[in-house]
Write a protein that binds this ligand. Structure first.
Ligand code: IPE
Ligand code: IPE
Ligand code: MG
Length: 248
């Protein structure tokens, strides 16, 4: 029996979000071009998606490209977009087999047309899959996501459809790209940096944070299981005292 099957499902986070960082440094350490790191990172994506699905994670969000990443050299941006396209083309069958729904967070309209097309196809084909939702954050920025939602609310107020005094947290939550999905329980960042880099700024307000020196191309099944195990040992208090939680 596979060791993943022995996981206590109650301790598995419902939503895991990952900042997949360190591809470039991984490649540089090996005297390879940065793109070789991104390529190796795609294998980590495959391994992590499969493991997450196996242990019962219901939502997995992967930060693949930020709004700020557009500032990278054009060759790197083009290479990343090409990798993204080939990944999506090659994964459709596996996603269907594993009952995984693909979803996209971020500014889809900024992506190259060929990426948008395959993304649309995979999202449509997997729309009824319910084993796990895989969110790819592409041209994603938490501030941009919030501003898009705020603009919609402002318009409804100006149009007289909404009274500004009745604005609520739920209304904003429901206009974010993650609408309908629970907040992340566990947020992992690989690659050694301790920052959020504009990722899920609203949704991560109570996520458990897990930072590892391991660079993304080296983050595979065992590393995800270790992060999930660390999560399982946390007491999530949500503002209450430990004693309150222990007495139910
Ligand atoms: C993360 O790895 C992948 C993307 C941001 C697309 P990096 O490319 O940021 O790798 P480092 O941080 O330079 O090592
Ligand atoms: C964050 O990584 C974005 C992704 C993983 C897609 P970066 O490498 O872009 O983050 P910073 O700029 O170093 O904070
Ligand atoms: Mg980086």
């Amino acid at each position: 029996m596979d060791e993943t099957t022995s996981f206590d499902i109650r301790l598995v986070p419902t939503h895991v979000a990952i900042i997949m960082d360190g591809n470039g440094r991984w490649a540089e350490e090996r005297n390879k071009p940065r793109l070789a790191g991104h390529k190796a990172g795609v294998d980590s994506v495959r391994a992590v998606v499969e493991t997450a699905r196996d242990i019962g994670v219901r939502h997995l969000t992967l930060y693949a490209f930020s709004t700020e990443n557009w500032q990278r050299p054009p060759t790197e941006v083009t290479g990343l977009m090409k990798l993204l396209r080939t990944y999506l083309e090659s994964e459709l069958r596996t996603m269907l087999k594993n009952d995984i729904r693909l979803f996209c967070l971020g500014q889809r309209e900024r992506l190259p047309v060929d990426v948008r097309r395959v993304l649309g196809t995979v999202m449509e084909e997997t729309a009824d899959c319910s084993g796990m939702t895989l969110n790819l954050a592409l041209s994603y920025g938490g501030r941009n996501e919030m501003m898009r939602a705020v603009r919609q609310l402002a318009k409804q107020c100006v149009d007289g459809e909404l009274d500004y005094r009745s604005l609520s947290e739920d209304m904003l939550t429901n206009l974010l790209d993650t609408a309908g999905q629970p907040d992340p329980d566990l947020l992992i960042r690989t690659g050694g940096e301790h920052r959020l880099s504009n990722f899920l700024l609203w949704q991560a307000s109570y996520a458990e944070l897990y930072f590892t020196e391991t660079k993304w191309p080296d983050f595979r099944k065992d590393q995800l299981l270790e992060a999930v195990a660390a999560y399982g040992r946390k007491q999530r208090r949500f503002g209450k005292t430990g004693a309150q939680l222990n007495t139910g």
